[in-house]
Write a protein that binds this ligand. Sequence first.
Ligand SMILES: Cc1ncc(COP(=O)(O)O)c(C=O)c1O
Length: 389
Amino acid sequence: MTKDGNQMGINTRLAHSGNNPHDYFGFINPPVVHASTVLYPNAATMAARGQKYTYGTRGTPTTDALASAIDGLEGSAGTIVVPSGLAAVMVPLLAFLSAGDHVLIVDSVYHPTRNFADTMLKRLGVEVEYYDPHVGAGIAALIKSSTRVVFTESPASNTFEVQDIPAIASAAHAAGAIVMMDNTWATPLYFRPLDHGVDISIHAATKYPAGHSDVLLGTASANKACWKQLCETFYTMGCCAGPDDVYQVLRGLRTMGVRLDHHQRSALDIAGWLEGQPGVARVLHPALASHPDHDLWKRDFCGSSGIFSIVLAGGGQKQQHAFLDALRIFGLGYSWGGYESLAVPVFLGDRVVAKGPYDGPLVRLQIGLEDVDDLKADLARGLAAAAAA
Ligand SMILES: Cc1ncc(COP(=O)(O)O)c(C=O)c1O
């Protein structure tokens, strides 16, 4: 990429970022380097570790290509590439938390992040506290002298509350804490966390960057102040990603802009249509004007992706299961960001603050790349089945 790359349009940047084809004989895509051992020309170079690549766990031309593409999108000083989105959550938390520290985690966080905090972090002596996604500047009242990290995720997993990230970041920084954000929903195309005060931006690259439900990968991108500590922990833990998976995600990035644009348009069309359907109490999509956090979303985000939830109008698990079982195109399966539509029942039993109330059971929808009319017909089948249950 040329130096003025940041001025170019996003699809141009996605098409050309990461590697320079002329570094590898002009081949457009970078080599997939399978490596543990890297040879040194002599003992002195070896003793000094005096060359760019030293061992497979510490980076290859393949991981560098992806990390550099992500740095360009995030505006970060450095990016680690790890084997899953969950690992991308875990490594930064382990990098910055020690026994006796306090961490504030948004209550509407992705469940396995909560599980990691409640099991591993607590066992290591970290005090874990959950806060309301709408806390905003009020986070200041929860910060203690031992608070090292405020962990955010916006919009929230499953219930899609939007957090006031700049207000949280300024309160955290005033108290000497750093801010991490799981930014998987928006991708750096629709929200750039570091521009809003976040110190480390985390992605399940498994979702939109990979885009085809066949790869697990995670990235964590740090600003200059946090990069060294994040990178050293990554090296210490040796949790590097496999080269084929890294390559697949770089390949996915090339088309992520056009795919996201399609996901965005289809999801908004379907979400708006669902608001008028009998049997739907609410649609939890922050880009809808009816969403309580719509103004905050409009202030900070420049797009929306393809995942949101609906609240059925009354009923319980029987109606929720009837809805899900009637679907023929939407698959019942976890994850999202792939080309195919998915639906999952939402469970809020782990929450301590952000529990609702909601008028009925929740279902989360991932809108894939299929034709919208077919997806609407499928959802109408689900709603009819729920009404009849
Ligand atoms: C918001 C969020 N963060 C992180 C992850 C974890 O990603 P992975 O499945 O790659 O571990 C997920 C997965 O669903 C997610 O939804």
